[in-house]
Design a protein around this ligand. Sequence first.
Ligand code: BTN
Length: 333
Amino acid sequence: MSVKHKSNITRRKLINALLGKEYISGEELAKELGISRTMLWKEIENLRGQGFEIDGLQSTGYKIIKEPVSISADLIASKLRTKIIGKEIIVFESVDSTHNYCKNIRLTKQTDGIIVLAEKQTAGRGRLGRNWLSPKGGIWISVIISPNLPISEMNKIGLLAALSGVELLKTYKINADIKWPNDIMVYGRKIGGVLLEAQGETDLVEKLIISIGENINFPSEKIKAFAPESISASDILGSKIDINDACAKLITSMDENLMKLRKHKWEKIYQEITKNDMLAKKRIKVLLPDSTELKGLCRGITSQGRLLMQYTDNQKEELSVGEITKVYYEHKT
Ligand code: BTN
């Protein structure tokens, strides 16, 4: 496990200075960033190490010729204007699990809002103790926040994260939706999911890890043996998407949604969740943790993030945990 890159403010500014301009001289750059020429040279070398092609001529100055195709902490950071998450971004070339890595980070002022990404994971974790295959080409991301919300609000955060995953795909015209509790689906096939882990001494969650996995730039064939129902963005589009752009969009969407929640605008997020709820009005089977299987009509998601079921005797019930084991597409009411 080796950290590939950590974002830093100087390089974030350097990228912004080098983008959208013609050649800019070393002297001008060093002055703009308030650093020495030696430091500037080191930062430029660091960016080259992240896959940037930077043309550097003594006489004419520097210019970015090509952006990296693999995940770059500083390129993503340079695209962000976030308020809650993304102060620091860590990128691994390979890690067991970004989620586990975040579990082992102590919550401090510095680590609140930290983002951990990996090109690939060797022991990715899914919900309910499942494995999560994470080859190169996906977005495997974990974020630490300190929400100070009661544990009962975590259903909302899981849905909020899934909504962000859906919003990302919609920017590429992929019609994704949410399958309660927090799967990201396209054409009834899973394209991504959310894993949450809350820590705290009291009922209030002090440290929360929000992790999202989305199948982006690899054929779902690659994980078929393990996840036969899965699909990827490149399967749907027939081409790859810019992974750094996609990461920045996902982080931005999460940040905006978290900001709405902080500003007591949950209703706005909830509206979007219900618009993208794939289970509403469908007959489904739900497996409860005690192995009871329920069959009924799904009446949607409640404003508390629970699943509203209606049974044949017209009784209604709100579920806060459960696993959807079957969706009957033919019965719509
Ligand atoms: C699920 O639907 O079961 C949740 C999948 C969550 C996968 C992500 S990928 C990034 C993070 N690291 C992990 O080990 N798991 C989560």
